[in-house]
Design a protein around this ligand. Structure first.
Ligand code: COA
Length: 175
């Protein structure tokens, strides 16, 4: 069982008292549309199909492998170092975040990496990405974490807008 998540988003609109029992969903009014409610909560086995439909559009570097996704999703749910959060509206998932936390000697504390963040196209620009990031930051802070890190190519400006700074160079070797 993962540690309870105590989350208050930066706009004070949402208080999540536990990842399993949300006090209430984040109330978000989208201009020109009906009132929209969603909540940030841990991803569950039943969210797999919704998350898959979002995840398949995240990667541009590698072809999406549906079998690998299903294997990976199951292992994420069982991995105590993994954090899978979803933005849920009614029965549908409209955004998700996958991150991992681990201890480090160089930072002298836990460091969390956000590996995947995706918000469904029509729902972008309404604070859902920010709410997912705030949730993982709160969880990391409560677990004694010092840093939240990520790599991005397409969303640098979005991350800057929520307080992230550019540092270092990302190197990789494709195997
Ligand atoms: C990046 C992404 C997750 C942001 O989600 P979102 O719900 O649209 O973001 P939010 O509405 O919470 O916006 C957060 C901040 O980023 C800013 N922002 C969002 N999109 C932006 C853009 N295209 N350019 C500049 N700033 C942007 C917003 O203005 C907001 O700042 P503000 O509150 O000061 O106005 C979403 O656009 C997405 O899924 N993109 C495709 C996948 C992707 O690139 N993921 C990141 C891979 S690491």
């Amino acid at each position: 069982m993962k540690a309870p998540l105590h989350f208050q988003d930066t706009t004070d609109r949402l208080v999540v008292r536990s990842p399993y029992t949300l006090a209430r969903g984040l109330h978000c009014e989208m201009p020109g549309q009906q009132k929209t409610n969603y909540e940030i909560r841990p991803g569950l086995a039943r969210d797999a199909e919704d998350v898959r439909l979002l995840a398949k559009d995240l990667t541009t570097a590698f072809p999406f492998n549906h079998h690998a996704f299903r294997r990976s999703y199951s292992s994420v749910l069982e991995n105590p170092s993994a954090t899978l959060l979803v933005a849920g509206r009614e029965t549908r998932v409209i955004g998700y975040l996958l991150g991992y936390g681990h201890s480090t000697s160089w930072a002298g504390a836990n460091v969390s990496w956000v590996e995947e963040l995706f918000v469904n196209g029509p729902q972008r620009g309404h604070g859902i990405g920010r709410a997912l990031m705030s949730a993982v930051e709160s969880q990391a802070r409560n677990a004694g974490g010092r840093l939240v890190c990520l790599i991005t190519r397409r969303a640098t400006e979005s991350y800057r807008a929520i307080g992230y700074e550019e540092l270092a160079v990302y190197l990789r070797k494709t195997l």
